[in-house]
Design a protein around this ligand. Structure first.
Ligand code: ZN
Length: 286
């Protein structure tokens, strides 16, 4: 394999950077994980590792946000030190190759559409439910990207009848979807995560109700072929069934969407961000 057919891939997360080198067939040649500390330290460590595998015909970056996708900049993130980091430019200058850039959720949506649970379908929404709630829409005809990905996690939701005492934790809206159904909202409300609860049934019903509402909103506005739920909170296996049931109940036969078919788990597993970065690298190199 000639080295020039290699693609460098970065899944830049708030706690860790996952780095990968792919060949032109999408096979992983090498991968590593480094902790996310301060930008200079983390990016230097990433570039030193990539030096071992350079040159590349393209590099893809799937980054935590919010981001300016056109400029390849992490913008007003609360993550200390990372505000206004021109991550794509830094990488481009070092390796002198085309660089593709998207949000981590946007890249994961693309990976799921091409190689995951959306394969054979025309459009997906990929949602991650973890430290925050983020979502991105991707369809096969998507030629241009918006300057910023929409912040789907911060929509307003109707309260579950048994969830009226909790204020919500979003610093902007308190009880938006993220403020009520993200991992930190679960821990704040019930003292522990879904996966560690002794009797999680009520919590699963409440969280499933909010994510079910979200699914109906997505079906009504974007009508994606697949609504894909990933992220740490989805590690609780029973949750996906509750989301499907809640969405069907809330929809009440109005939209023709079959939520039991439409709402699915990711097909690319934990690698959706890295595979998305590979697709970005390949597209940038064309
Ligand atoms: Zn919010």
């Amino acid at each position: 394999m000639l080295k020039r057919h290699r693609y460098g891939c970065i899944e830049a997360g708030g706690t860790k950077f996952v780095l990968g080198v792919f060949d032109e067939n999408g096979k992983v040649i090498a991968r590593t994980v480094i902790p996310t500390t301060l930008p200079q330290e983390t990016l230097n460590a990433a570039m030193e590792w990539f030096d071992l595998h350079a040159p590349f015909c393209g590099i893809g970056i799937a980054s935590f946000g919010p981001c300016d996708i056109e400029k390849g900049i992490i913008t007003n993130t609360p993550k200390r030190g990372w505000e206004n980091t021109p991550i794509a430019d830094i990488i481009r200058r070092r390796f002198l190759c085309p660089v593709g850039f998207d949000t981590d959720v946007g890249a994961a949506a693309q990976a799921e559409l091409i190689h995951g649970a959306g394969t054979g379908h025309s459009s997906v929404v990929y949602i991650t439910v973890g430290t925050g709630i983020g979502g991105a829409y991707s369809n096969i005809n998507e030629q241009t990207k918006a300057r910023t990905r929409p912040e789907m996690g911060h929509i307003s939701v109707t309260r579950h009848p048994e969830d009226t005492d909790f204020d919500g934790i979003c610093p902007f809206h308190k009880d938006c979807l993220e403020g009520l159904a993200s991992g930190p909202a679960i821990t704040e409300r019930w003292g522990t995560s879904l996966s560690k609860m002794e009797y999680p049934e009520k919590a699963i019903n409440v969280i499933g109700f909010y994510l079910g509402q979200f699914s109906v909103t997505l079906a009504a506005t974007l009508a994606p072929s697949r609504i894909i739920f990933g992220g740490g909170v989805m590690g609780t296996k029973e949750l996906i069934g509750t989301i499907r049931a809640s969405a069907s109940q809330i929809n009440n036969g109005y939209l023709p969407t079959d939520f039991h078919q439409t709402i699915v788990r990711p097909g690319t597993g934990a690698d959706s961000g890295l595979i998305g970065a590979y697709l970005l690298a390949k597209a940038a190199a064309l």
